[in-house]
Design a binder for this molecule. Structure first.
Ligand SMILES: O=C(O)CCC(=O)C(=O)O
Ligand SMILES: [Fe+2]
Length: 330
């Protein structure tokens, strides 16, 4: 990721960087979301374009690109290498080439990806390959907006709170309505859950994490939360509900209805997402390239703690690049 050109690019203003990178960035929602134009995604994008896209992503939390019909799994992966370090597909779910995660059912539950390990991915590149005739949109929610909106008493509560995240979570609850046919639903769900939990991971993360590139605080929760450290199960349920409701307020979300050739990249350090299962029995296929992230850090500077599981086969630990225009706190 380092190059001779980089130090100069870091010194540009944001406008200059976008101009140099040849992109225009148009906001799509107030708290998150932007449409990026002017770029054909590939492994051949310039250093300036790569840094400009990384900046647009960190600043807008989820960015959308249209008209990228030329992409194949290989080009998508090579593009991923320009803006980060691709992980293998998943810590537990196996795939053919170990590079591209193929999703054939919408993930109809609010989550941040793979939070059950220490090195949570920083971002994912999602490409719509088969788009249903209707429905099947994906929605993202800003976990930084949710943090910013907390009243002072809740802020002091969450800033000292830690959560245990595990891949052994309430999967049945999380995937209601995922399959249109209830008879196949149970069997398919069972098979997926068995694969998903073939190795158990548990990690303690701070409920508030500090973004390594923007310095912004966000709420790190989502459906892999198993418990809050020190709380009873009933208290975990009540507090989890309270915080999740704040994350997923409609004003904190942006929804994208997919067209062929669309690509979305989301910052997995500042968002949750939800794939909407409202497309009947139609086919819907999405290909994901996942980019390695760093280990979360709390406002007090403490890093997440592994309880069970070693994710080093899945992902390296990413070294976040400084971005122009942000005074990141660490
Ligand atoms: O199905 C969707 O729209 C979201 C898929 C998802 O959760 C993911 O790719 O991580
Ligand atoms: Fe996901």
């Amino acid at each position: 990721m380092t190059s001779i050109e980089s130090p100069r690019l870091q010194d540009l203003s944001v406008d200059e960087l976008y101009r140099e990178g040849g992109i225009t960035v148009r906001k799509y929602g107030h708290h998150l979301g932007a449409i990026v134009e002017g770029v054909t995604l590939s492994g051949d994008i310039s250093d300036a374009t790569a840094l400009a896209i990384e900046h647009a992503l960190a600043a807008n939390e989820v960015v959308f690109f249209r008209g990228q019909e030329h992409l194949t799994d290989r080009i998508q992966y090579e593009f991923g290498e320009r803006i980060g370090s691709p992980t293998t597909t998943h810590p537990t779910v196996r795939s053919d080439d170990n590079r591209t995660l193929v999703l054939e059912a919408a993930a109809s539950s609010w989550h941040t990806d793979v939070t059950f390990i220490d090195r949570i991915p920083k971002a994912s590149v999602l490409r719509a390959v088969t788009v249903p005739e209707y429905g099947g949109a994906t929605t993202w929610a800003s976990t930084t907006a949710a943090y910013d909106q907390l009243p002072a008493p809740l802020r002091s509560l969450v800033e000292n709170l830690w959560a245990v995240h595990s891949n052994e979570y309430d999967y049945a609850e999380a995937t209601q309505g995922r399959h249109a046919d209830p008879k196949t639903a149970d069997a398919a769900r069972e098979r997926y859950y068995t694969e998903f939990t073939r190795v158990i991971f548990e990690t303690e993360h701070p409920v508030v994490r500090v973004h390594p590139q923007t310095g912004r605080k966000s709420l790190l929760i989502g459906h892999f939360v198993k418990s809050f450290v020190g709380l009873k199960p009933s208290e975990t349920t009540a507090l989890f509900q309270l915080l999740q409701n704040r994350v997923t307020r409609l004003e904190n979300t942006v929804r994208w209805a997919w067209a062929p050739g669309d690509v979305a990249i989301w910052d997995n350090r500042s968002t949750q997402h939800y794939g909407i299962s409202d497309y009947g029995t139609a086919a819907r296929r999405i290909h994901r390239t996942t980019l390695a992230g760093d280990v979360p850090v709390s406002p007090q500077g403490e890093t997440s703690r592994i309880r069970t599981g070693d994710a080093s086969h899945f992902s390296v630990i990413d070294e976040p690049r400084p971005l122009p225009g942000f005074a990141a706190s660490h």
